[in-house]
Design a protein around this ligand. Sequence first.
Ligand SMILES: NC(=O)c1ccc[n+]([C@@H]2O[C@H](COP(=O)([O-])OP(=O)(O)OC[C@H]3O[C@@H](n4cnc5c(N)ncnc54)[C@H](O)[C@@H]3O)[C@@H](O)[C@H]2O)c1
Ligand SMILES: [Zn+2]
Ligand SMILES: [Zn+2]
Length: 440
Amino acid sequence: MKAVVWKGLGDIGLEDVPEPEIKDPYDAIVRITTSAICGTDLHFVRGTMPGMQEGRILGHEAVGVVEEVGSGVRNLRPGDRVVVPSTVACGVCSYCRAGYYAQCDNANPGGRLAGTVFFGGPQAAGGLDGLQAEYARVPFAHVGLVPLPDTVDDAQAILLSDIYPTSWFGARLAEVGDGDTVAIVGAGPVGQAAIACARLQGAGRIIVVDGVGDRLDMARSQHAETVDFNAEDPVEAVRELTGGIGVDRVIEAVGVDAQKPSHGPAADAAAAQAEEFGHERSEAAPEQNPDGATWVPGDAPTLAARWAVQMVAKAGTVGTIGVYPPQVQHYPFGEAFMKNLTLRMGNCNHRRYVPHLVSLVASGSLDPTPLVTRWGDTRNAVEAYRCFDRREAGWTKVVLGVSEDGTVAPGLGEAAGTGAATTAGSPGPTAAEATQEAGS
Ligand SMILES: NC(=O)c1ccc[n+]([C@@H]2O[C@H](COP(=O)([O-])OP(=O)(O)OC[C@H]3O[C@@H](n4cnc5c(N)ncnc54)[C@H](O)[C@@H]3O)[C@@H](O)[C@H]2O)c1
Ligand SMILES: [Zn+2]
Ligand SMILES: [Zn+2]
């Protein structure tokens, strides 16, 4: 079968690999109909998440059809359409049963302290092959896989594999409540989805910070207020927008590949800290292999974290979902301490949130489709990765479709989504209205 394979830093390819087989009674083999590229995949190729093994199939976001199940899988049959949550968990241990699926005691062959298990990641994450492939082996399939109703199509369901559950989790971490003023730092797919999630959890005002024009436009078309860090100092702008107080909650959706502003008043301040950021970057990405402007690690690894702590109000909450690898040792601890902040963070417990999100989509309260800005053919995955890595206009969320004959899904071509409103608040528009608004 064909799959997207990690060959080294700055080096991925579409390769022929053996098809997966059932190894354990709780396994299932899923035929992938749709997969997607995530900001997390970029960390592996840029070098900001170490420990990848050569030949590892990439990808941890997919929708598919169950092809075969092991003898222990009693709840699924071949032919069932499912969304595959990015993380893998046993469902039995005390952590899973308390809802902390990302901290499962049994899923990682490296032991209970080895870390979160997810598809297509480093050895420390369980060494599982990923989902940007024609078929995948899913361990603990009876716990993980979430069946889909026919009314939820692949274009909606693909964003329920990782992006929306992570954003939902981010809003929960940030303790978003009724009427809160919320800042979202980062307007990639995760930050975009956090707009709808924060709103559905009660947010009154939402302010989104990024430096990429079309991503800010997309946030604005979801009716968030936007701040361009290349035009304004984002901390000053947020304080000004909040009467000098700061926001009640921050969802930080950038992570270790944070960048310095290139223009504007914040660029000078960041330039003055260049040495410090350079040091952090060599700590975060000791090895890297950029190809011109592609696969370049972020040049200010803790900048999004610093801005989050600075723009939140005293006694506010920061929920961090942007990923930081274990080798990152810096955080604005003293500043956070002096403001009595609550800091919460981590890997999403996908399985806890996916079924509820499927229901929200099926009922029409949420339509994720507009966030899919590119629908490509898996055969062109490498070029799609490169465009997404460079944050090119229109390449905010890249989905890879595989239909029976290997072409893109019917009706979805280039620039599938326009990023228009995913929800107008609670109660949101119906899926049909949202689709109409998106003009697709
Ligand atoms: N916690 C989890 O379980 C989980 C799950 C999925 C993704 N993630 C992480 O979420 C993060 C975002 O993922 P994505 O797919 O949206 O990635 P992405 O790379 O597309 O988005 C990151 C965005 O941050 C912006 N950015 C860069 N520097 C910034 C700064 N200083 N201030 C504000 N914005 C800045 C970029 O312009 C970009 O739009 C990644 O770190 C990813 O690994 C975490
Ligand atoms: Zn992802
Ligand atoms: Zn478990």
